[in-house]
Write a protein that binds this ligand. Structure first.
Ligand code: GDP
Length: 300
């Protein structure tokens, strides 16, 4: 522990980053933890939360908790289970960063807002300010948001350009309780490589499919083997219906290729080593409505 960490007034707390898809949550997280994603061995679980990243500065330690992805478009057992696990992940955090795109507050944002348990301080992150020609456009949005709920603060920033992050860190720090750090400064995540592979691939599937994302899609890592430095990963993208298969595969396999290629490149950066990633699409008819199948995939 450094001298700075020992001094009086150090704060440590749990922070959740929530928001509808594509508002910039992963970009923000990567910026905040300085792109320094590294794998650390799983340690005795010190908290009830799953940790997805840690930022430690001289005043505070911010422990970012995992909020599994969730959808608001369809209601089925899978989405209900995901939403429950989001709520579970949020209960007990000290502060929530609710990321929205500046200039746009939609039904999907509102649905996310509703999942945040009452009583938690919520900082609204107005991301992508670089897209606003005229910064005075922020004011009507802040007014609109003020009418939507009881928010602690509003912080406009650009996660991509790294503008305004210091203000967010300062604003967030105030909501953390005084406590010594719980992780060594260089621990960044405690998730297993297998889990991270599934998360990265799932993120690419969601991104590539966008609006076409079929109901009940999931990712399963069927095999994860390391030979020397090379990781061999076999993964399945599971769809609910036969006709969803083509959507994922794309014309002449182009979409699946992009999904696999993007995921492989990111995993190689993450692991700092070569990855052999094989992805196929599997149909598991009706599984999204089967609570047992959902549980076996680890959403709860
Ligand atoms: P998530 O789905 O909420 O995790 O969103 P991502 O972090 O994956 O970002 C979604 C898209 O928005 C990506 O194409 C990012 O490059 C882009 N993005 C994120 N932050 C900013 C920003 O500050 N400005 C602009 N212009 N684009 C951004």
């Amino acid at each position: 522990m450094s001298v700075a960490e020992r001094r009086h007034g150090f704060r440590t707390g749990y922070v959740a980053i929530v928001g509808r898809p594509n508002v910039g949550k992963s970009t923000l997280m990567n910026r905040l933890i300085g792109q320094k994603i590294s794998i650390v061995s799983r340690k005795a679980q010190t908290t009830r939360h799953r940790v997805s990243g840690i930022l430690t500065n001289e005043n505070a330690q911010f422990v970012f908790v995992d909020t599994p992805g969730f959808q608001t478009a369809h209601r089925n057992a899978l989405n209900r289970a995901m939403n429950r696990s989001v709520i579970h992940a949020l209960s007990g955090v000290d502060v929530v960063l609710f990321v929205v795109e500046c200039g746009r507050f939609s039904q999907a944002d509102r649905a996310v807002r509703k999942l945040i348990p009452a009583g938690l301080p919520v900082i609204v992150v107005l991301n992508k300010i670089d897209r606003l020609g005229d910064k005075s456009q922020l004011l009507p949005l802040i007014d609109q948001l003020q009418a939507e709920g009881d928010f602690a603060e509003f912080v406009p920033l650009s996660a991509e350009r790294g503008q305004g992050l210091d203000l967010l860190v300062e604003a967030t720090e105030k909501y953390l309780p005084e406590a010594p750090p719980v992780f060594a400064a260089d621990d960044v995540t405690d998730r297993s490589e297998r889990f991270l592979a599934a998360e990265f691939l799932r993120e690419k599937v969601f991104r590539q499919l966008g609006e076409e994302l079929p109901y009940g899609i999931a990712v399963e890592i069927e095999k994860f083997e390391q030979v020397g430095d090379l990781r061999h990963i076999h993964a399945a993208i599971i769809v609910d219906k036969d006709n969803h298969k083509g959507i994922v595969i794309g014309e002449k396999g182009s979409r699946l290729k992009r999904i696999g290629g993007d995921a492989r490149r990111e995993l190689e950066t993450l692991f700092g080593a070569k990855v052999f990633l094989e992805v196929w699409v599997k149909v598991k008819s009706g599984w999204a409505d089967d609570e047992r199948a959902v549980k076996s995939l680890g959403y709860e």
